[in-house]
Design a protein around this ligand. Structure first.
Ligand SMILES: [Fe+2]
Length: 338
């Protein structure tokens, strides 16, 4: 595989369309994002971290219409703009400003590489979370108030791209933006079920994955979920209760992932688009060794088995065939299937 053209700095934002803006906004506020700006055509949401908006909501058929990464410098945009299929550098006519180069990935997803956006000031995060655990006695007095209400989303952390050929999609992102494999789960036939990829920031530690490249059981293409960091475990649990009280659709959780290590909690918006809350991720850097694991040997650290609603986005003959193969492999390995 050739050297990456550039190495992106972070996942910047997603563009999400929904048929009803008011309903979509109600969900996102209950999920714990906050409105940063409104224009005639979009609502811009943010987390509490000092970053530009991480979620752009527009009206249209339910879909994730673009994903965006931040580049280190304007020169990186120059480099990308010369790539086959890339746009020229354009001004981002949006509240955070900046410049953008747009490309289409092999799934047909619009990928925006941005630079020069203006960060917002940080907002109050979740109440602090000093725990008297592991023999430590650091919190004197009661836990700071865990108030009922939405979780405090800090930032967007990662997303999962599903397709029929995740290794090829990974290669595209690796060659252009430097994403590098952190771990991989293999299908019973030896193909890639999930290739986790992190930012390549050299010695700097980063989240275990910024993109997961997943084999779609129906071999369709989509953003399977997008994931947002919340303040801490109490914040995640308070957020869970809040979404439950609002009768939102819980998809999977609460549990702790084997790969990535984060405590997770997945929820669907009114059109079934999956949004994850997570806290306490594993960190990796250039010295962290990647591993491979057979799908049938994969067990999360704790929590319920994934729901069908999480695993299957769409039913077709391929879904049935692939699901049967995976369930068969787990049964042969003596593992649970949910
Ligand atoms: Fe996730």
């Amino acid at each position: 595989m050739s050297d990456p053209l550039i190495k992106v700095k972070r996942l910047a934002y997603v563009r999400v369309a929904a048929p009803d803006l008011d309903e979509a906004e109600a969900f996102l506020l209950e999920f714990g994002l906050q409105v940063a700006a409104r224009t005639e055509s979009a609502v811009y949401f943010r987390g509490t971290d000092a970053e530009p908006p991480c979620y752009v909501l527009t009206e249209g058929p339910s879909d994730v219409t673009a994903i965006a990464f931040e580049a280190d410098c304007a020169a990186d945009l120059e480099t990308l703009s010369k790539v086959d299929g890339a746009s020229a550098i354009a001004k981002l006519d949006e509240p955070a400003g900046g410049q953008v180069v747009r490309l289409r990935d092999p799934q047909g997803m619009q990928v925006e590489i941005v630079h020069g956006q203006t960060a917002l000031d940080a907002l109050d995060p979740a109440p602090s979370h000093v725990l008297n655990v592991d023999g430590r006695r650091e919190r004197k007095g009661p836990l700071p108030a865990v108030r009922p209400g939405p979780a405090h989303v800090r930032r967007i952390g990662h997303l999962v791209l599903e397709s029929g050929d995740p290794a090829a999609v990974y290669a595209w992102y690796h060659e252009r933006f430097g994403l590098r494999k952190s771990d991989e789960v293999l299908r019973p036939d030896g193909g890639t079920q999930m290739r986790f990829a992190a930012l390549d920031r050299g010695p700097e530690f980063v989240d275990h994955h910024v993109v997961g490249f997943q084999y779609a059981l129906d071999e369709g293409t989509r953003v399977q979920h997008m994931a947002f960091e919340v303040g801490n475990l109490d914040d995640l649990m308070a957020g869970h209760d809040h979404l439950k009280a609002k009768s939102r659709k819980a998809v999977w959780g609460i549990g702790r992932h084997r790969y990535g290590g984060q405590i997770f909690d997945y929820w669907a918006n009114p059109w079934g688009v999956i949004h994850e809350h997570w806290t306490d991720t594993d960190l990796v850097n250039e010295d962290t060794a990647a591993s491979d694991c057979a799908f049938e040997d994969l067990e999360e650290y704790w929590g319920p088995q994934p729901t069908l609603g999480f695993i299957v986005a769409r039913w077709n003959a391929k879904t049935v065939r692939n699901l049967a193969s995976m369930i068969g492999a787990r049964i042969r390995a003596g593992r649970g299937i949910g």
